[in-house]
Design a protein. Structure first.
Lengths: 114, 108
């Protein structure tokens, strides 16, 4: 496989459920990101990991819990979500501090909270 | 709060025309600027990056950057129906921030 792969592609969960989103990159990058994309709103940067270390957490509610076990894998653990958390969750990877590199995105997980 | 502003559109141009997309940003220290294209139901894909003031051309696409005015734009020449998509302006490097996107429709 190449690029950035996210699973599952679609997820429907109840407000009391616990689920996890998975992201894997095969590009040799050392930085990974979670973004949230809601309708008619900008892509929101949620978490940034550089060499497995979290470098940014943009005031994201604690019901979202990221995990980065190595530079190729990134998880987003979800628990007790709210309907307003329904959105497209995008994972991206890039080479940290390298100006001449782009961020590659996965296909996203479409999350619906019921 | 670092902000990136775009006109949400929709912007509609006839096939063969020039489409002009604009973006402003609030962080004066920003050094890296990107334009992504996002088709409906798909993830964003990079089409242009620019780091220095002036113009950068790649095929039918030209990115323009003016750091003094905190302004970046994208011109699409000879627009094609396949260019119909939402165009996202992104600013920054390791904490890349996005605008809300401009929806472009190219009519045959």
């Amino acid at each position: 496989e190449t690029g950035v792969t996210q699973t599952p592609r679609h997820l429907v969960m109840g407000m009391t459920n616990k689920k996890s989103l998975k992201c894997e990159q095969h590009l040799g990058h050392n930085a990974m990101y979670w973004y949230k994309q809601s309708a008619k709103k900008p892509l929101e940067l949620m978490f940034v990991y550089n060499f497995k270390e979290q470098t940014e957490n943009n005031s994201v509610p604690s019901r979202f819990s990221p995990e980065c076990p190595n530079s190729s894998h990134l998880f987003l653990h979800l628990h007790t979500l709210q309907p307003e958390d329904s959105a497209l969750y995008l994972c991206a990877s890039s080479q940290w501090h390298s100006q001449n590199t782009e961020a590659f995105f996965g296909q996203g997980t479409r999350l619906t909270v019921v | 709060q670092k902000e990136v502003e775009q006109n949400s559109g929709p912007l509609s141009v006839p096939e063969g025309a020039i489409a002009s997309l604009n973006c402003t940003y609030s962080d004066r220290g920003s050094q890296s600027f990107f334009w992504y294209r996002q088709y409906s139901g798909k993830s964003p894909e990079l089409i242009m990056s620019i780091y220095s003031n002036g113009d950068k051309e790649d095929g039918r696409f030209t990115a323009q950057l003016n750091k003094a005015s905190q302004y970046v734009s994208l011109l699409i020449r000879d627009s094609q129906p396949s260019d119909s998509a939402t165009y996202l302006c992104a600013v920054g490097l390791d904490d890349m921030r996005f605008g809300a996107g401009t929806r472009l429709t190219v009519k045959p």
